[in-house]
Design a protein around this ligand. Structure first.
Ligand SMILES: C[S@@+](CC[C@H](N)C(=O)[O-])C[C@H]1O[C@@H](n2cnc3c(N)ncnc32)[C@H](O)[C@@H]1O
Length: 208
């Protein structure tokens, strides 16, 4: 997977442009209302979304791709980016909130659970989680070779997990789930193209 992303960042630069996802603004508003001071963004890419948080919170991004990290250091110098895998805890502090955009669906089940466990380990008790991921309502769900229940190789050499609401809630068992939902998201490329797809989100609180 790391080769896939590094190749794309090297070829396309800021793949999805400089605009953050509207969900980053929603999470930022929620985090402010809840008195959050520090935020972790696993799979931060080139900092498109971290920039929303680093304007007001101490922000950490974990990212595996060197090419993305080079772009991120320029685009969002306020965030502390850590090179490494988000599947393992990387911080030696615990944060007040985690925002994770479109990373969870990239993994098979064992690694999805590992990602959530790593996020929880780096989150203070009572801290907030805001995750987005592909929805089973998206048109790519069910396309291509099935690797696991709900997980399809929907493009050549690229697979994703497509979440139902129940499945997403199941991944966050042990947390206090505050809200879930689905929504259409438009991604605009730096080359001017755009693509619409359906995402789910979940907002939860670490209980202990
Ligand atoms: C779909 S992109 C989303 C990027 C970013 N969240 C955004 O919206 O701009 C997935 C990102 O996760 C990163 N990634 C994939 N596996 C990872 C891992 N195990 N640890 C850290 N980052 C990872 C990729 O390099 C890529 O930047």
């Amino acid at each position: 997977m790391s080769q896939y992303w590094s190749g794309r960042f090297a070829r396309e630069g800021m793949i999805w442009g400089s605009e953050p996802s509207p969900t980053a603004w929603q999470a930022e508003k929620l985090f402010r209302a809840e008195g959050v001071e520090s935020v972790l963004v696993p799979g931060a890419g080139y900092g498109r979304n971290t920039k929303v948080f680093s304007a007001g919170f101490t922000t950490y991004g974990i990212e595996m791709s060197t090419e993305a990290l080079e772009l991120a250091a320029e685009w969002d110098p306020e965030t502390t980016f850590i090179a490494g895998s988000a599947l393992e805890p990387q911080l030696n502090v615990q944060v007040d909130a985690v925002y994770c955009y479109d990373v969870l669906h990239l993994f098979l089940e064992a690694e999805r659970r590992q990602l959530i466990a790593a996020c929880l380990a780096q989150l203070k008790p009572g801290g907030l989680l805001y995750f987005t991921s592909f929805s089973d309502e998206d048109t790519n769900n069910g396309r291509g070779r099935r690797l696991e229940p709900g997980t399809y190789e929907y493009k050549e050499a690229k697979y994703a997990h497509f979440f139902s609401d129940a499945d997403l809630r199941d991944h966050f068992t042990g947390t206090e789930i505050r809200e879930t939902g689905s929504f259409p998201e438009s991604l605009h490329s730096s080359q001017g193209g755009s693509h619409e797809y359906i995402l789910r989100y979940i907002i939860a609180r670490k209980t202990d």
